[in-house]
Design a protein around this ligand. Structure first.
Ligand code: SF4
Ligand code: SF4
Length: 259
C-alpha cells in the first residue's frame, strides 16, 4: 500500500509546532517511515508543492494575501487539512489586536518603508478554509500530534479533550493558584490537553491552548474582578492567544462583563 502523502507548512508564527514534529526524537523515524513527506521546508529541501496530498499540516496565522492564496492552494490539494498550534487554530498572539488595522502597526514599526508589506487582519485558518482537525497549543503537545497522526492513518479523527485545564489540574491535585494565591489563572476556560503544565509548576494558566467548548467567560470575568483585576487587565489576559474566537471577541466580552 502506498504511504499517505503529507505536506507540513508554516504561515506566520514562530515555527514552534514544526519544531515539536522535529523533536519527536524516539518516534521521528517511525513517523517519517510511515509517511511520504512531500513538503516540509523546515526539514528538507526539494519540496513538491504541486502534488495532491492525503494530509496537510498547517501552522501559523494568515496575515498576508499571499498566505491566504497559499492556504487555499494547500486546501485544494489536500484530502485532510490539520491546523497545528494555537496560531493556526485561533489566531494566536499575532491576532491579539486584530480589531486594529494592521497597517498602523506596520507604519509604527517600519515607518514609510513599511508600505511594501501587504497585510490583512490576522486570522486563523478556519476563517478562510475548511479545517478537518484542530490541534491547539503554543506549541502543540507531542502526544496529541502522534495520536492524531495515528488516528488519521487509520481513517479516524482523534478524540480530543473537551473539558478545561482546571479538570486536569484538580485530577492531579495541584494547589489552586486562582483560589489560594489570587492569581489570574485561565484554567477554568482553557481547553485541556497539556496536563495543566503551568499550574503543576505553581504558575497560572495563560490560556495558550484557547477556549474550551461551553466556555463560561462571565464567571471567569467575575472571579477576576473579585480578585481586584481591572477590566483592561482582564480583557488583555483573556484575548492573548485567541482574540478572534467568538467567545472572546470584544462584543461578547462586554456582554459577559455586564451579565
Ligand atoms: S490553578 Fe488554575 S487550572 Fe488549577 S484548579 Fe486553579 S484555576 Fe483551575
Ligand atoms: S496550563 Fe495553560 S498556559 Fe500552560 S501549557 Fe497548559 S494551556 Fe498553556
Amino acid at each position: 500500500m502506498d504511504k499517505p502523502k503529507v505536506g507540513i507548512y508554516g504561515l506566520t508564527g514562530c515555527a514552534g509546532d514544526q519544531l515539536v514534529i522535529l523533536n519527536c526524537e524516539d518516534e521521528l523515524l517511525d513517523l517519517v517511515g510511515s509517511l511520504d513527506i512531500k513538503s516540509f521546508s523546515m526539514a528538507a529541501s526539494g519540496a513538491d508543492d504541486q502534488c495532491q496530498l492525503d494530509i496537510a499540516f498547517v501552522e501559523g496565522t494568515v496575515v498576508q494575501p499571499d498566505e491566504e492564496k497559499l492556504l487555499k492552494d494547500i486546501r485544494q490539494r489536500a484530502k485532510l487539512l490539520v491546523a497545528i498550534g494555537t496560531c493556526a487554530v485561533w489566531g494566536g498572539v499575532t491576532a491579539m489586536k486584530n480589531e486594529v488595522d494592521p497597517k498602523k502597526f506596520i507604519e509604527q514599526v517600519y515607518g514609510p518603508a513599511g508600505k511594501v508589506f501587504e497585510v490583512i487582519p490576522p486570522q486563523p485558518l478556519s476563517s478562510f478554509v475548511k479545517v478537518d482537525l484542530s490541534l491547539p497549543g503554543c506549541p502543540i503537545e507531542k502526544e496529541q500530534l502522534l495520536r492524531g497522526v495515528a488516528s488519521l492513518l487509520h481513517g479516524d479523527l482523534p478524540k480530543l479533550p473537551n473539558y478545561a485545564v482546571c479538570t486536569e489540574c484538580k485530577m492531579a491535585e495541584y494547589p489552586c493558584i486562582l483560589v489560594e494565591k489570587g492569581l489570574p489563572c485561565l484554567g477554568p476556560i482553557t481547553v485541556a490537553g497539556c496536563g495543566a503544565r503551568c499550574p503543576s509548576y505553581g504558575l497560572t494558566c495563560n490560556g495558550c491552548r484557547g477556549p474550551v467548548d461551553d466556555i463560561n467567560v462571565a464567571s471567569e470575568i467575575n472571579i477576576l474582578k473579585e480578585k481586584g483585576f481591572t477590566w483592561v487587565d482582564i480583557q488583555n489576559r483573556l484575548r492573548t492567544f485567541a482574540a478572534p474566537a467568538p467567545p472572546l471577541n470584544l462584543q461578547t466580552l462586554e456582554e459577559a462583563k455586564n451579565a
